[in-house]
Design a protein around this ligand. Structure first.
Ligand code: ZN
Length: 309
């Protein structure tokens, strides 16, 4: 979901109050960002691999002897700036795009990418959700179906492997984490893992329960990323700065700590309001609560995930 940006802050302020009002307010429409002042920054990650930061989910980029390979493409109005950023590191066109999940801040550039000749891949749940109207409960927001030209044209259910730019790029689904269509992408030779929105580096994450996400799945996804990594692995998070293995360990540990504390309070028959009033993450909030998802909203999502049937 949206990272720090001028339009996202009021959205999330609204969200926090909307949670309290239990969706009493009118359903919101998908935001259209003003990208006029946005620069797309190219961050070197490893030989031939880059992370592109604009607004929205971090983009992964692999370049080399073959055509460019891209993971996620942010917002449609940014497409020209993204293409220009790619062109600063390779003269070759984008051949493949993988979407890590369906959220509009990760797939908005699909139509432009496909129009320029790229083939778009995603988990089948990502295409399914993009094909019909969606409602994100945590944002009280309706998302219209994507145009046909923006839909992934090759889908998979478990894994798919790309052999490109002298690397083996293993792409695999993780069940019910941030959504029900998340994929993690592992560049084996470059030793880089793009975690999609299963990893918010240094901040509380959004878990989109209304898209099939779950707290248990978020922890499992972090553990899967750790299991295939070593001390030198670089991690591209969906949101936040480029990460190390130690960053992902800290994030996983935070998720486990928050889960355990909320589980304990639920076992004591506490209501959500009592849990929020108890401020069980007070010692963590200064470190993790400065992103778009604040402590109360994260606790609400964790509570809902742990109590939903
Ligand atoms: Zn997302």
């Amino acid at each position: 979901m949206p990272s720090n940006s001028r339009f996202a802050r009021p959205t999330l302020r609204f969200m926090t109050s909307a949670l309290g009002l239990l969706l009493a307010s009118a359903v919101r429409a998908q935001p259209v960002p003003d990208v006029s002042k946005v620069t797309v920054k190219v961050v070197p990650v490893a030989a031939g691999v880059y992370m592109l930061e604009g607004i929205g989910g971090n983009i992964g980029l692999s370049v080399g002897k073959d055509d460019a390979f891209v993971i996620d493409d942010q917002y449609a109005p940014l497409s020209d700036k993204i293409k220009a950023a790619v062109a600063t590191v390779t003269p070759k066109p984008v051949r493949f795009v993988v979407n890590t999940h369906w959220h509009f801040d990760h797939v908005g550039g699909n139509e432009a990418m496909a129009g320029a000749g790229a083939i778009i891949f995603a988990h089948e749940n990502t295409r399914r959700r993009m094909s019909v109207e969606q409602f994100i409960q945590a944002f009280n927001m309706k998302i219209p179906p994507s145009p046909t030209a923006a839909l992934p044209i090759i889908t998979f259910t478990d894994t798919i492997t790309f052999y490109t730019n002298d690397d083996t790029v293993r792409t695999f689904h993780v069940a019910n984490a941030h959504t029900d269509g998340d994929v993690i992408i592992h560049f084996r030779k470059a030793n880089v893992i793009h975690m999609g929105d299963t990893f918010f580096n240094g901040r509380y994450p959004l878990i989109d329960l209304s898209s099939g996400g779950s707290m248990a799945g978020m922890i499992a996804a972090a553990n899967q990323g750790l299991a295939m990594s070593n001390a030198d692995t670089r991690f591209i998070p969906g949101h936040g700065p480029l990460g190390t293995r130690a960053d992902l360990v800290r994030y996983r540990d935070m998720l486990v700590t928050v889960r355990d504390r909320v589980v304990k309070l639920i076992a004591q028959q506490k209501t959500l309001k009592e849990i929020l009033d108890a401020k069980p993450t007070a010692d963590l909030d200064a470190t993790w609560g400065n992103g778009n998802i604040k402590a109360d909203q994260f606790l609400t999502i964790v509570y809902q995930s742990l109590t939903q049937r």
